[in-house]
Every structure is written in structure tokens, then in C-alpha cells.
Design a protein around this ligand. Structure first.
Ligand code: DAT
Ligand code: MG
Length: 151
């Protein structure tokens, strides 16, 4: 089923020049870019975005890090997009992530894992998309290869 997911190149990924590489992987996979925003997250948005972790010992470091520089926030659409993006990202800890995944290819450390993607929990992707984008920032169009991507 076609669905949308929220993805973000984190400040480390931006500073390390990985935006293009990461976007390219999703594009080549056949996912469709629906929205994109290059921005610096403020503290309120960071705390809301990572609200599920507010009681964890790493929460302050996490919100400090995610607000420390620009991020590239995106919405990608496609068949099973939430789970497929998570598979392409690898594990939360780059050290545990297989080569070939984004974190496994570009990261070494749990606290600098390059990319965020919505988890597969019901409603997570919608919640994050709504946090970062207005509905008129989501662009509806057909990609020319769509008929060739799914049976
Ligand atoms: P994910 O980003 O894979 O969805 P998560 O939602 O569990 O992982 O955690 C959000 C981010 O917080 C994660 O990308 C990196 C950081 N993080 C998670 N667990 C951590 C830990 N034990 N120590 C330090 N940072 C952690
Ligand atoms: Mg998560």
C-alpha cells in the first residue's frame, strides 16, 4: 500500500555533505519526494518531535544535537514506504547496522547516526509530517516511472 513517511538528514549528515547521497538512494529505490525543507529546528520542535524519549538519559544531548545545525526534512511516498525507509536506514546504532544501509555506510556512533526516519508505529509518520510541514507544502504529482515500479 502506498504511504508516506517523514525522513530527515540530521545535522551531522548535512555537515558531512551527505544530503545528495541520501536523497539519491530514496529516489533510485522508486520512492517519490513529496516535500522537502532545509531548516534549523528550534528547541520546542525538537522536544515535541522526540517527545517519546523525554524521560531517557540521552534526551538533552539528543535535542541539543538535533538543534545544533541545519537539517534537511523530507516526506517520501511509496509502497510500504515507512518500513522500507527504516530498512534502508539500518539499526539505530550505526555500529550494529549492516553495510549497505545508510547508517551502516555513513555512521560509527549512536549519537551521530546521520538520518531520522519515522518508525512503523501506527500514526508516527503522520504525526511527524504534520509537525514539520503544512498540508500545502506536500506536493501531489505523478512520477513518470510510477507504472514501472509496482505490478
Ligand atoms: P531511531 O532514530 O532509530 O528511531 P530512537 O527513536 O530509539 O531511534 O532514538 C532516537 C535517537 O536518539 C536515535 O536516532 C539516536 C538517539 N539514541 C537512541 N538511543 C540512544 C542511547 N541509548 N544513547 C544515546 N542516544 C540514543
Ligand atoms: Mg525513533
Amino acid at each position: 500500500m502506498s504511504e508516506r513517511t517523514f525522513v530527515m538528514v540530521k545535522p551531522d549528515g548535512v555537515q558531512r555533505g551527505l544530503i545528495g547521497e541520501i536523497v539519491s538512494r530514496f529516489e533510485s529505490r522508486g520512492l517519490k519526494l513529496v516535500a522537502g525543507k532545509f531548516t534549523v529546528i528550534d528547541d520546542d520542535l525538537a522536544r515535541e518531535h522526540y517527545g517519546e524519549h523525554e524521560d531517557k538519559p540521552f534526551f538533552e544531548d539528543l535535542t541539543d544535537f538535533i538543534t545544533s545545525g541545519p537539517v534537511f526534512a523530507m516526506v517520501w511516498e511509496g509502497q510500504d514506504a515507512v518500513a522500507q525507509v527504516r530498512r534502508m536506514m539500518g539499526e539505530t546504532d550505526p555500529a550494529e547496522s549492516a553495510p549497505g544501509t545508510i547508517r551502516g555506510d555513513f555512521g560509527l556512533d549512536l549519537g551521530r547516526n546521520v538520518i531520522h526516519g519515522s518508525d512503523t508505529e501506527e500514526g508516527s509518520a503522520e504525526r511527524e509530517i504534520d509537525l514539520f510541514f503544512e498540508s500545502d507544502e506536500l506536493v501531489e504529482y505523478e512520477r513518470i516511472d510510477e507504472p514501472w515500479l509496482t505490478e
